[in-house]
Design a protein around this ligand. Structure first.
Ligand code: ADP
Ligand code: ZN
Ligand code: ZN
Length: 687
């Protein structure tokens, strides 16, 4: 049959390269009518790509269309709601639906033929249902605050237009139990539940908790699945299919799971909703938290955003009444919040014989806890041994030849490693500049802190957990188990250990050097620091309360800073109110709306020229374009990175301006050949 004689024309969302300017779905010819949401393979140029038949009328063809190459007809089409979500997200974050679909569907789908997929699917069906009848799970008795929260979530679920709920609960207030109950009610009503967590590392722990609770209620294999990027491609496809086919009733996952196909979705939970990892940092830079709220609104189902330190955006929505706020002030298991003590480094630093981080009072406190057999956690958000090596003779420092950054000294494997581009070399035995043998580390990372603690507290069992100690599969699980089993006295680590973990034995938490973020140029830095410290402190005193109060210890040169004063009183509300007042007077989010245009080139001048030309294209009195500035780490892997902030008072105004800008930017890029990459980041998190 000649191509043009195929009877049907279908629109297909397919991942066309950005420079082609083909951002809308493309038209193809098909022998049969195809339902919107059907997965197909279509030719594009000389390649054949995965595509999604897109809703909407195809225009009558005036040229011969290429035919659809293959149809995944064993698979039910993706729902209209899924297509709406993709359409919204692509529009909002200024990407094409084709690119976004291709990025969020399981990667293995791109490689499979329809026949191969059908064989999978058959394998999935053979994972037969167990015959065990569902039984009642064992549940703890809810306290009053929890019961009220669950009742309010249920009330929203019953409402015609449910409001998002902000579950504002202190660390250890039992938010997870609230999620479990709300999930149970939604499952009992025959709906699917989506639970998002910020960290892959937290998924096994949470999956275990949900499985333990619901294994009896949901005996089917694949009734509870996880979705995150650490799964093998085959697992990810299997779990995605289980969700799409409605077999998985509960889906736990990281940000990419917000795009899972869930035909019966009835409840979304976003745990630690303030966490920056919900924002994708490359490609389509979406916020999974914000998309979860959109998706819930679109489906008229409740979404629960949980946090002890909500994002200021969500807090403002609760203040204005757009979200319903649920407050839990008490720890569910009875322990007390740690007493926060601020230690003034100005007076402590004078103590002779100690390094500035390990002050005498801190060592004394750790020794006391050690003698009582209690666990402590020492938190330092910098991995490696020391952030830089230095030669005292010629002032050489271990800079990265490819980046505007120092290479970090890792003592265990004797390397200098760039944390930005990965460039790694053996530590030189002498200064590469002048030959001096006396090169020394400056500053301190977790590796050095671990070493110094072990030296200062002989006999203490010190364990470090960070990205370096957990590179290999299974290491993190083993290390966490050691902590839970009481085989560790002092846990040293980065923010990796401050998030979510329900440590029962820790009674003492110390932050040895958190001041850096106070003076960052990023207006969100204080918000992040406050959340991080509250979360770190939240690891202490979660078990039964002991004879001695659980404590959090913060060593700072700026004791009187409002942030630390609020922290000392566990006063998130005070902190949020102050920050929001500052943001309002400076017209910063959530009182204005931002986008960043980023550009990368071999020279800063080339990147800057592109941004300056792009700025010329915006002629709008209500949209402010700031001058281009270098990225905080301007050069990475020999590429210069510049960025330009765009601000508008109204979200819709910014959106309209960006929409008009995109095609012009694609055209502009053709004139600026020296620009390697450019991207628009809507609602950027790091400025
Ligand atoms: P959060 O997520 O708010 O930090 P978790 O959900 O981890 O808190 O709960 C903290 C601890 O309290 C957990 O060990 C949990 O098992 C326990 N817990 C939660 N709810 C109850 C309850 N109603 N009765 C007794 N213990 C509870
Ligand atoms: Zn030197
Ligand atoms: Zn580098």
């Amino acid at each position: 049959m000649a191509e043009s004689q195929l009877p049907e024309t279908v629109r297909v969302a397919v991942d066309a390269p950005q420079h082609s300017g083909l951002t809308a779905p493309l038209d193809y010819a098909s022998e049969q009518a195809l339902a919107p949401g059907s997965l197909v393979r279509v030719p594009l140029g000389r390649r054949e790509l995965l595509g999604v038949v897109w809703p909407g009328e195809a225009a009558a063809p005036d040229v011969a269309l290429r035919p659809v190459a293959a149809v995944f007809d064993a698979l039910p089409p993706l729902g209209q709601d899924w297509c709406r979500l993709l359409e919204f997200a692509a529009g909002y974050y200024q990407r094409s639906v084709g690119e976004l679909s291709s990025a969020v569907l399981p990667p293995q789908l791109r490689e499979l033929s329809p026949d191969q997929l059908a064989a999978r699917l058959r394998k999935l069906e053979r994972k037969a249902a167990k015959s065990a009848a569902p039984t009642e799970p064992a549940r703890p008795v809810l306290n009053g605050e929890q019961a009220e929260a669950v009742a309010r979530i249920e009330a929203q679920r019953a409402s015609a237009v449910p409001k998002p709920l902000l579950l504002f609960g202190v660390t250890g207030s039992g938010k997870t139990e609230v999620y479990l109950r709300a999930a149970e009610a939604a499952l009992a009503a025959g709906r699917q539940v989506l639970v998002l967590v910020p960290e892959i590392n937290l998924t096994p722990q949470l999956e275990a908790r949900f499985t333990e609770r619901f294994a009896a209620l949901l005996p089917e294999p694949l009734a509870i699945v996880s979705l995150h990027s650490a799964l093998t491609p085959a697992q990810r496809l299997q779990n995605w299919l289980a969700a799409h086919l409605g077999r998985a009733r509960l889906v736990l996952g990281t940000r990419l799971a917000v795009f899972a196909s869930l035909p019966d979705l009835g409840l979304i939970v976003v745990d630690e909703e303030h966490d920056p990892s919900y924002k994708q940092q490359d490609g389509a830079r979406y916020s999974a938290r914000d998309l979860a709220v959109w998706r819930a609104h679109d489906l008229k189902v409740p979404v629960v955003l949980g946090s002890a330190t909500p994002s200021l955006e969500s807090w403002q929505h609760a203040e204005s009444g757009r979200y319903e706020r649920l407050t839990m002030k008490l720890r569910a298991a009875g322990g007390d919040l740690p007493r926060v003590r601020l230690f003034d480094m100005k007076s402590l630093a004078a103590t002779p014989g100690v390094t500035t981080a390990l002050t005498a009072p801190l060592l004394g406190a750790l020794r006391e806890r050690l003698d009582r057999g209690e666990q402590s956690l020492v938190f330092l958000n910098r991995r490696g041994y020391a952030p830089v090596l230095h030669c005292g003779e010629c002032q050489w420092k271990s800079d990265c030849p490819h980046c505007s950054a120092w290479r970090v000294f890792h003592k265990r494997d004797r390397t200098l490693r760039c944390h930005h581009c990965g460039f790694t070399e053996r530590v030189p035995s002498a200064c590469p500049n002048c030959g001096n043998h006396d090169i020394a580390p400056i500053g301190r990372g977790t590796e050095r802190l671990e070493e110094q603690l072990a030296e200062a507290l002989p006999g203490a069992r010190v364990l470090r957990i960070d990205a370096d100690s957990t590179r290999r599969k299974g290491e993190l699980e083993a290390q966490l188990k050691a902590v839970h089993d009481g085989d560790v006295d002092i846990l040293v680590g980065t923010q990796m250990i401050t998030k979510g973990h329900d440590f029962q034995r820790i009674r003492f938490v110390a932050a040895v050097n958190p001041d850096g973020a106070l003076f960052s140029s990023d207006f969100r830095a204080p918000e992040r620091l406050f959340a991080l410290l509250m979360q770190a402190g939240g690891r202490a005193g979660r078990g039964a309360s002991g004879e001695h109060p659980a404590e959090m210890w913060v060593q700072t040169w700026h004791r009187d800073h409002a942030l630390y004063q609020a922290l000392a009183r566990h006063d998130y509300v005070r902190f949020a109110t102050d920050q929001l007042a500052e943001r309002r007077s400076a017209s910063l989010p959530p009182f204005s709306h931002l986008a960043l245009l980023r550009a990368e080139a071999r020279t800063a001048e080339a990147a800057q020229a592109f941004l300056a030309a792009a700025a010329e294209l915006v002629q709008d009195a209500e949209v402010l374009v700031y001058p281009p500035v270098p990225h905080a780490v301007a050069r990475v892997a020999d590429v210069e990175r510049m960025q330009m902030l765009v601000e508008a008072g109204q979200r819709a105004r910014l959106q309209a301006r960006l929409r008009a800008w995109m095609p012009a930017l694609i055209a502009l890029k053709k004139e600026h050949k020296a620009v390697l990459r450019w991207a628009v980041d809507v609602d950027p998190l790091a400025i």
